[in-house]
Design a protein around this ligand. Structure first.
Ligand code: TYM
Length: 329
């Protein structure tokens, strides 16, 4: 039997998941586990590349696992683990840094954005995409479900794989990006920017956010700034996207046709978006309330054990290839 293709993705433990993470990536994680060999990593070593509080990181790592399991990741169908529990990632990252181009890293927009205006920029923030490439390549993953903002990093991972293979022999497949139908969910408060926790609470909707707060954020979401045009403004397009993702198709189509005929009022649109979003999040919230932290720790422990068995083999292969393998047979 042909072995299943391998999928890997990673997510930073930055508190709770927001609906951008969910619609842009996590929804795909859940779907893919039915079909592929999936590894999902909570990437705590990436989270230390900017200033962080150790206590918070510890807490957020478990919170993220709770959120992911509540969304439908099934430990019987996928391997969920914490990156730092599989130290082979960091060793492969060092090896890959020798075939990663300095010039390529300088062109990474996430590095530029996160580093901009900061007094202190860590070297880890600069080499961050090399660790990300190691996360992927150590499982020889060929598919990487992510949102649009990560495409540049995955392309870099492809270049790193290619350069390694051409210098040391075919070792790593070149991973491809898998996008959802919502690769870029925007902030309700500023729909010209992507939904993100780092912009502040007005700019994201957490999966576990109280209903009133979700309704308030949708109600106050920015719609049209100037006059109405045939092309939807970013805020209106974002509301339509959320409606498409959560409402029955005929409801969505009705609002689309009202928009096309110029009869759409934003108030009912916003009410519908809030209603369907709250409804969609309800089972996730209910599942999360059932999960026990002690069980989650067990799941992560077992996940790391399974991930390590694969990671160790690839690392050994890479070490042999570059000439630093075993000293004794
Ligand atoms: P992170 O933790 O910032 O985000 C996790 C996932 O959520 C997606 N995402 C979005 N999608 C749509 N709209 C949005 N507004 C939005 N915001 C976030 C991200 O694209 C991502 O897929 N560097 C990665 C983590 C990482 C990784 C990896 C990913 C580390 N190693 C290996 C894939 C493979 C990051 O910071 O994602």
């Amino acid at each position: 039997m042909a072995s299943k293709s391998v999928v890997l993705s990673g997510i930073q433990p930055t508190g709770t998941l927001h609906i951008g993470n969910y619609f842009g990536a996590v929804k795909n994680y859940v779907a893919l586990q039915e079909q592929y060999e999936c590894f999902y990593s909570i990437v705590d070593y990436h989270a230390i590349t900017v200033e962080h509080d150790p206590q918070e990181l510890r807490k957020n790592t478990i919170e993220m696992a709770l959120d992911l399991l509540a969304c439908g990741l099934d430990p019987q169908k996928c391997t969920l683990f914490v990156q730092s529990q599989v130290p082979e990632h960091t060793e492969l990252s060092w090896i890959l840094s020798a075939v990663a181009s300095y010039g390529d890293l300088q062109r990474m927009t996430q590095f530029k954005e996160k580093g901009e205006g900061q007094e202190f920029v860590s070297c880890g923030l600069f080499t961050y995409p090399v660790l990300q490439a190691a996360d992927i390549l150590i499982y020889k993953a060929s598919k990487v479900p992510v949102g649009e903002d990560q495409i540049q990093h995955i392309e870099l991972a492809r270049r790193i794989a290619r350069r390694f293979n051409s210098r040391f022999g075919e070792t790593f497949p070149e991973p491809e990006v898998l996008l959802t139908e919502a690769p870029r969910v925007m902030s309700p408060a500023d729909p010209t920017r992507k939904m993100s926790k780092s912009l502040g609470p007005k700019h994201y909707i957490a999966l576990t956010e109280p209903e009133e707060s979700i309704r308030e954020k949708i109600k106050t979401a920015v719609t049209d700034i100037g006059p109405r045009t045939p092309e939807k403004s970013p805020g209106v397009a974002n509301l339509f996207l959320l409606l498409k993702l959560t409402a029955p198709q005929e409801i969505y189509e009705q609002f689309e046709s009202d928009y096309a005929t110029g009869t759409l009022k934003y108030e009912p649109l916003k009410r519908a978006v809030a209603d369907y979003l709250v409804k969609m999040l309800e089972p996730i919230r209910a599942r999360r309330a059932q999960l026990k932290e002690s069980d989650v720790r067990e799941i992560l422990h077992e996940g790391a054990r399974r991930a390590r068995a694969v990671a160790r083999q690839t690392l050994e292969e890479a070490r042999e290839r570059i000439g630093v393998g075993k000293l004794l047979p």
